[in-house]
Design a protein around this ligand. Structure first.
Ligand code: ATP
Ligand code: MG
Length: 809
């Protein structure tokens, strides 16, 4: 069934075909962005199933996000039919969760262990630091956690880490690690980094378990291999039986391994990813086949040249020869906004213009930014102008307090040993169980060596507990037990969630409140119920129902075996995985997961954008200190990583690319003036057409104090002011720039009555911000008089004299 061999090779160039049909030895495909690496990987899976009779259950494909996994599975299904559905296509984390659900008992966990996300981990580490009396300044929980995460990515358990500690500080970290890990275990919980490390340790400790998984997966394929860290690298090799250091021969033949990647797109060094893994592939496997791809099928030559010229500034890289025959295409469009609102307005206006002209649909458009927080302004402006959008990257939804509270309830229900969750909701909503009562229960738990939950159930034995607190605790325990019975009875996830919100009094408290924020909270909880409902309705897509199990039992047929109703544990697992900062959620609302609906613009961080492509891309916030990130400014390796991130962003664009920034940006309330991003300076000048430059911008409305900082650099990036300069306050500009134009108007009124200085070439002038300058030339007269003035180090500026704060000397 499905496509013929010729059809599977259709639309592939020669090296791509070689990669698809390659058999036997390990295979490495390295190539620049948009050269078809992911396409090759997908086709190869179809080829393995159709032409080489591989059982779909024997294939493991690793992608970087859940969304990429869903797309890949869908694509393979198109090629070979429904039997592909049982394949494991998932992220490293999801794959490990699935393995651990089966094997957790061997590591001393139950199969319903909880997954702690970043926020939970931080809370727990906060507890640890407090208990160890660590100086909060020297040992912030976040920093300790970072250190622990690095240790885990290097596969060091607490003992290893303690043994490797070089100084007192590291010994302190290691001690915190030990305690943190002990508490996780007591709570029957693992954090994100544990998932990978646990599987590697499991395989190393239980060769028989490892062998059974090796028998199962005969083909392992990894996309975005440049972003694997050491633990993931080790996992791949444990799983394939290709560990270069493994001495004795194994009973099972090594699996066929294919990895694809691009060292220029490595953007996760901060999580321990190492391009060493891709660089050293040929050393690890002397018999490996390496295939290079050089044709880019995604972008116009203009976009590609721009991206190549930026990444070429990185020293530590192999030069590549990536080309496209898609033609030159449009020039890149640049824009400098007054502030971040003006920048967002520009984006909205451009989307309007493109859709009105029939050049693109809103769904073709993606807006990228460096950090999640930057989405807020785009959201505000898009809502105001009525431009539909979606924010991809779940973090914000799942980080909302009410959502986290609701999830904490659910976790406490399935895993009462999960103390962090239980304590979180103990007195939320307020039910008269204060700190003192909590301390009494804790004391009981310590004395009797029972869990916090068990102590709650026996609260009447708690030393010194007040009668009223006791009554309240008993009420809470009764509600939880009642809800637990629903879970045990196999009730649908959405039903359990709704019952929880109602019975706990959580919803009542919100609904009774006058705070408008609480209204939003109720809506968000409604959204969470919708996510749960969708999950309960469509178990096939979830990571939960393990379709490969059905495959083990019976040979799969089209339509696959009916999957069991997924449980609460599965739901929480799914949520924990999508809530990770870099996972794309499949369904925070009804629209996500499916391809973007036709009228909707996509907003996402650059990290999330990896592997994706869009006809129209806006790269925003291009300011030194924003992107590249503040942290990277004085640090070469970090700066190179930011540059790779810029390369990733630029190469997402297929036809049209915009680069923009804001002169003033309010960060944490205080406005900051950031210079243009150095990455903008690295774009070839002739490829960028500036709709509005800093010079134009400044001559209208920029507060004088900010001039010196930015104008010099951006004129270097943007080149001379273009013909649109004099357009100033035309009605079209009024419409387009809204508030910016209004502000310019106000500035105009303010300067009214001031004489426009009459200048001629050679005159010396004083400018409020640029200082002394010499007039090079002038044109126009009266209100339209423009002078080009040489300000030395700040360069030559063209200024509309009516607004420019210059004085003739
Ligand atoms: P990235 O590095 O960004 O992950 P990639 O190397 O994985 O990119 P793909 O996403 O697989 O590249 O391919 C980029 C685009 O080019 C896709 O739209 C894909 O369908 C198309 N493409 C790939 N190979 C060919 C080909 N031989 N002919 C036509 N189109 C192709
Ligand atoms: Mg790809």
């Amino acid at each position: 069934r499905g496509r013929s061999a010729e059809e599977l090779l259709e639309g592939l160039n020669d090296p791509q075909r070689r990669a698809v049909v390659h058999a036997g030895t390990p295979l490495l495909v390295v190539a620049g962005a948009g050269s078809g690496k992911t396409r090759v990987l997908t086709r190869r899976i179809a080829w393995l199933i159709n032409e080489r009779d591989a059982h779909p259950g024997s294939i493991l494909a690793i992608t970087f996000t859940n969304k990429a996994a869903a797309e890949m599975r869908e694509r393979v299904t198109e090629l070979v039919g429904n039997r592909a559905k049982i394949m494991w296509v998932s992220t490293f984390h999801s794959s490990c969760v699935r393995i651990l659900r089966k094997e957790a008992d061997k590591l001393g966990f139950t199969s319903s262990f909880t997954i702690y996300d970043a926020a939970d981990s931080k809370r727990l580490m906060g507890l640890v630091c407090k208990e160890q009396d660590l100086d909060a300044k020297r040992f912030a929980p976040r920093a300790v956690l970072n250190w622990v995460s690095n240790a885990k990515n290097e596969l060091l358990d607490p003992e290893d880490a303690a043994a490797a500690a070089q100084n007192v500080q590291e010994q302190t970290y290691a001690a915190a690690y030990t305690d943190y890990q002990r508490r996780l275990r007591a709570a029957n919980a693992m954090d994100f980094d544990d998932l990978i490390m646990a599987v590697v340790h499991l395989f190393r400790a239980f060769p028989a378990v490892r062998e059974s998984w090796r028998r199962r997966f005969r083909h392992v394929l990894v996309d975005e291999y440049q972003d694997t860290n050491h633990a993931q690298y080790a996992l791949v090799h444990e799983l394939c039986g290709t560990n270069p250091e493994e001495a004795e021969a194994e009973a099972v033949e090594p699996a066929e391994l294919m990895v694809v990647g691009d060292a220029d797109q490595s953007i996760y060094a901060f999580r321990g990813a190492s391009i060493r893994n891709i660089m050293d592939f040929e050393l690890d496997f002397p018999d490996a086949e390496t295939i290079l791809l050089e044709q880019n099928y995604r972008s116009t030559q203009t976009i590609l040249t721009a991206a190549n010229s930026v990444i070429a500034r990185n020293d530590s890289r192999k030069p590549k020869n990536l080309w496209s025959d898609a033609g030159q295409g449009e020039r890149i469009i640049g824009y400098v906004g007054d502030d971040e609102h003006d920048e967002a307005r520009f984006v909205a206006e451009e989307v309007d213009r493109l859709t009105d002209a029939g050049d693109a649909r809103a769904a073709d458009v993606a807006v990228f930014y460096r950090t999640n927080a930057q989405s807020r302004v785009f959201e505000e402006v898009f809502i105001r102008v009525g431009l539909p959008y979606r924010v991809v990257g779940g973090v914000r939804f799942y980080e909302r307090r009410e959502v986290r509270d609701a999830l904490a309830y659910l976790r406490a229900l399935v895993n009462p040993a999960d103390e962090v969750s239980l304590r979180r909701i103990l007195n939320v909503p307020k039910r008269g169980i204060g700190d003192r009562a909590e301390a009494c229960v804790t004391a009981l738990a310590d004395r009797e060596r029972i869990t916090f939950w068990q102590a709650l159930q026996r609260a009447k034995d708690a030393p010194g507990i007040a009668t009223r607190s006791l009554r309240n605790i008993e009420g809470f325990v009764a509600v939880m037990e009642e809800l637990q019975q629903m879970v045990e009875a196999g009730e649908r996830v959405d039903v359990v969630l709704e019952a929880t919100l109602a019975r706990s009094g959580y919803l009542t408290e919100l609904e009774a409140s006058d705070d408008p924020q609480d209204e939003t909270r109720v809506e968000n909880l409604g959204e969470l119920v919708a996510v749960a409902r969708e999950f309960a309705d469509d178990p096939v897509l979830g990571p939960s129902a393990d379709p490969a199990d059905a495959a083990d039992a019976a040979d799969p047929v089209d339509g696959a075996a009916p999957a069991p109703q997924p449980g609460l544990t599965d739901f929480l697992e799914r949520v924990a995985l999508v809530a990770d900062a870099d996972q794309i959620p499949d369904a925070p609302d009804a629209e996500e997961g499916a391809p973007a609906p036709p009228g909707v613009v996509t907003l996402m961080t650059l990290h999330t954008a990896k592997g994706l492509e869009f006809p129209v891309v806006f790269l925003t916030g291009l300011e030194d200190g924003i992107f590249p990130h503040q942290r990277a400014l004085g640090d070469k390796p970090e700066l190179e990583e930011e540059r790779r991130l810029a390369y990733v962003g630029l190469t997402r664009a297929q036809q049209r690319l915009y680069v923009s920034r804001a002169v003033v940006r309010s960060a944490w309330g205080a406005p900051s003036h950031n210079p243009a991003s150095r990455f903008v300076d690295e774009l070839p000048v002739d490829l960028v057409e500036w709709k509005r430059t800093a010079a134009e911008q400044t001559s209208w409305s920029r507060p004088a104090a900010t001039w010196g900082v930015t104008a010099g650099r951006s004129s270097g990036a943007g080149g001379a002011v273009d013909g649109s300069f004099g357009r100033g306050l035309s009605s079209s500009t009024q419409k387009r720039f809204g508030a910016a134009a209004a502000r310019a108007d106000a500035a105009a009124r303010a300067t009214k009555g001031r004489d426009v200085p009459s200048l001629s070439a050679g005159d010396r002038v004083q400018h409020d911000s640029f200082g002394l300058g010499t007039v090079v030339s002038t044109e126009g007269a009266g209100d339209k008089a423009v002078a080009s003035i040489d300000f030395g180090a700040d360069g030559v500026k063209r200024l509309l004299l009516r607004y420019a704060p210059v004085e003739k000397l």
